[in-house]
Design a protein around this ligand. Sequence first.
Ligand code: F6P
Length: 540
Amino acid sequence: MSDHEAAWRRLRAAGAAAAARPITGLFEAEPDRLERLSLEAAGLYIDLSKQPWSAKDLTLALDLARAADVEAARERLFSGEMVNPSEGRAALHVALRAPRGSSFAAQGEPVSREVEATREAMADFAREVRRGARAGATGKPFTAVVHIGIGGSDLGPRLVWEALRSTQPAIDLRFAANVDPAEIALALAGLDPAQTLVVVVSKTFTTQETMANAAIARAWLRDALGSGADSHLVAVSAAPDVAQAFGVRADQIFGFRDWVGGRYSVWSAVGLSCAIALGPDVFEALLAGGAAMDDHFRLAPLEANAPVLLALAHIFNRNAMDRPVRAVVPYAQRLRLLPNFLQQLEMESNGKRVRADGRPVSQATAATVFGDAGANVQHAFFQLMHQGSDVIPADILAVARSADGHPESQTKLLANALAQAEALMVGRSQAEVGRSLERDGLTADQIAVLAPQKTFPGNRPTSFLLMDALTPEALGALIALYEHKTFVEGVLWGINSFDQWGVELGKTLAGRILEDLEGEAPKAHDPSTAALIARLRGRG
Ligand code: F6P
């Protein structure tokens, strides 16, 4: 048995013991627990002490990280080696947010100068739009940007905008991702084409949903502005020639390289709409926050390394304790989209059952991620979190100071965040519930029926992430933290976290079925699909 396999075996055995042990007891048994399991990284405070692992379990988890040679993998990532072998690419998103003067190389090819030139071009463009120096075809300044893209070309920018936007923005930034006509209709509704910039974002510039929405937006601009529409159309793509063929002027195309994965791309020109609507300085601060987390990830020893420890806490739940679902609950309305963003980041990166070398993964891999903003979730799915039959570990996030006024509301929000994490771990025993019902005057028979229903088993783990304020730097650090966590998990499982072959089959079939729906003689399908096609033909 290899060291790696032996490390997995020891970790799984530790998980069995952890299931039978209250987390609260670990605070008594390990007086230094909080100190050992809480850390600060790039301005974020992370508390992993409410996780089920003991000090010894953490040692075993770190042994696993060493056996998988996380440190060497981390070096390969930062060195621009081919960490995405199925597509023959590096994954060098860290180069996009590195300080000026860095010298990253993708598989030996220097990239930092080009990255900096694009950053400067983006900042110049954003400044000109904001100042009105770059105006629309009729000479009026741009007051709205419609960002069209999907998946990695949508989720990051949308998250950043919602997190950092002003309540009275000078630029009205809207998004359209879905090919459902409702989304582009709502995005364009009420906008004046003469004052609207359409930014089409697609790494490949072939994605069906994006191209459909881009064509609708282009027609909307052309109907109003004729040939003047050209100056209202911007593209962000790793395939600039395809963007040009679509009708975007060469000087309005911002590029990035194929070593930028879609779900890791918010730092690239994919963030252009945010740079315009939030201002280039805000965008630069976001990058600086990401770079600060990169420094931490690259330099901190494994036992004090935030992405590594967050990954190991997840692995302990997922693999040692067989917990297939994880909740992400930001107690910050502005971070409401974080769970959506993490769904793509984690599930598209690590939702795989085959290793990078083609062999099956020996462990269960990425958990199903779901979540929404606290405190809303307390009135939705938290019943199940507290009393359901499955234990669902959660990441709970909070922001100490809100920039949105009403500090008394913010304090209430924080109280709820802390209370939920405490309640999930501590629970409320049946004996305690029984005593309370007795004091309320219930009979023994009534208590026997009611007490089990009011009991909270507790022992439900959380990782608590706290930022002082939702600054661009803190948001950048948070996104980079999760990117690196995802990478470390992929290394432990032996997965290539940077490809996504699992999205291909559905795309191919959608192309075939589209032809069937549009009138061609339907091709062979399974009976269920054939019946649905028959019902829908001609009804689009
Ligand atoms: O969902 C599949 C996917 O390829 C994602 O990986 C990507 O982020 C998204 O589609 C959009 O791709 P593109 O930027 O090429 O339009």
